[in-house]
Design a protein around this ligand. Structure first.
Ligand code: UDP
Length: 258
């Protein structure tokens, strides 16, 4: 493989310079981290599954007119994406109480929220990604009021799309996190969906049994993390029906020649 310049290494992904200006290659690692990096493990096959699931979701968003950074999948672990200026915020949409909102507001996990709630967290590992208000975002110029409006509108459209998509395969979308990037085209700037959307960044519960099918299995030491991710992929039709039960690594429906 030709040598490529690494731009950045994160907790679950590595970014390399892309083949053309304005592009980068996003490599999905098997690393799982939680609690601001205090917990770490290698979950064999996770990167392959998240690459496929995120591709599937980004293509779905593009189909309904939501712009994303996704260009194409390159191989089992890599996708070509547009180079963007990342807005330093994690935008979380919640439908059901779980995780930090349950603790913060004293809600029982599983409580249906009165309406979908959008929260902003400031992306800063040293600070543990603190919850912030719009006041902080505009005062520190992390995004302007128009961008906040746009991110909120997009986040709600993504929530509607994902809730329907997962609901159709018997999965309840409890909450998810999305990141946005600024793409510049001449004088024009637009916000597009960046990073990844996968079981690492969503809470997904089996609609019938309530079984957890996302990264909480890792956070809570429940085991069978990749098995659950594989089941999400299988239900979405990303993996071959016959390959769902094997303990071996995920098998792809089609691949670009590896
Ligand atoms: N989330 C994420 N990255 C983060 C923090 C949260 O992808 O750095 C996702 C998480 O998987 C969940 C949602 O955002 O789907 C809400 O997470 P929460 O605020 O409850 O935090 P947690 O309980 O994960 O610490």
């Amino acid at each position: 493989m030709a040598r490529r310049k690494q731009i950045y290494e994160g907790k679950a992904k590595i970014l390399f310079e892309g083949p053309e200006p304005g592009t980068i290659i996003q490599y999905f690692k098997d690393d799982a981290t939680a609690f601001n990096n205090q917990k770490h493990a290698i979950l064999e096959g996770k990167g392959v599954l998240n690459n496929r699931i995120s591709e599937f979701i980004m293509l779905g968003l593009e189909r309904i007119g939501i712009p994303t950074h996704f260009i194409k999948r390159l191989n089992m672990r890599e996708q070509l994406v547009r180079h963007v200026e990342i807005v330093p915020l994690e935008v979380v949409v919640r439908n059901t109480a779980a995780g930090s909102i349950s603790k913060r507001l004293g809600l029982e996990d599983g409580t249906t929220l009165p309406r979908s709630i959008i929260e902003f967290y400031y992306k800063d590992d040293k600070l543990g990604d603190p919850l912030i208000a719009e006041e902080h975002i505009t005062a520190f110029n992390w995004a302007n009021p128009q961008e906040i409006d746009d991110m909120m509108a997009l986040a709600l459209r993504i929530n509607d799309y994902l809730s329907g998509m997962f609901g159709a395969v018997g999965i309840k979308l409890v909450d998810f996190k999305v990141e946005f990037g600024r793409q510049y085209e001449g004088d024009l700037m637009r916000l597009i969906v960046a990073d990844e959307i996968s079981p690492d960044s969503c809470r997904l519960w089996d609609a019938e049994t309530g079984d957890i099918m996302d990264k909480d299995r890792f956070r809570k030491d429940m085991g069978d993390v990749t098995t659950a991710y594989r089941e999400v992929a299988r239900r979405l039709g990303v993996l071959r029906e016959t390959e769902n039960s094997g303990a071996k690594g995920p098998v792809l429906v089609s691949d670009n020649g590896e």
